[in-house]
Ligand binder design. Structure first.
Ligand SMILES: [Mg+2]
Length: 126
């Protein structure tokens, strides 16, 4: 069965880039543009992986990730933080919030498909 990935990202260009790469690798992709829409779609679809941008207007990704991880219905979802303001210490913040992984932007388009596959296959923090 095709694996479904929810991409929550407010930036149109990033959203399109991520979506195109994932579709090229035969994943089914659903997109959301803010945290609340992301939460709604995550609850409705229970995707195999959620790529969650951190900086978004409205509800940010950190808040949305925490809400999904605090809810027993969605706490098992694999949620990867996407951030463009990578700084030392961020990784600990994402781990503490319950995220399953961390990806800094700009995206390394060569490595990205392998990272996605690894998260889907094994889970765990990479
Ligand atoms: Mg953003």
């Amino acid at each position: 069965m095709t694996q479904r990935i929810l991409v929550v990202e407010d930036n149109k260009n990033n959203r399109s880039l991520i979506r195109d790469i994932l579709i090229f690798h035969d994943y089914q992709v659903v997109v959301a543009t803010d945290g609340q829409e992301g939460i709604n779609l995550a609850r409705e679809l229970m995707p195999d992986l959620v790529l969650m941008d951190i900086q978004m207007p409205g509800m940010d990704g950190m808040t949305a990730g925490r809400i999904l991880k605090a809810d027993t219905a969605t706490s098992g979802l694999k949620i990867i933080a996407l951030t463009s303001f990578a700084m030392r210490g961020d990784e600990e913040k994402f781990l503490a919030a319950g995220f399953d992984g961390y990806l800094s932007k700009p995206l390394n388009t060569r490595k990205f498909p392998g990272q996605v596959k690894q998260w889907l296959d094994a889970g765990g923090y990479i």
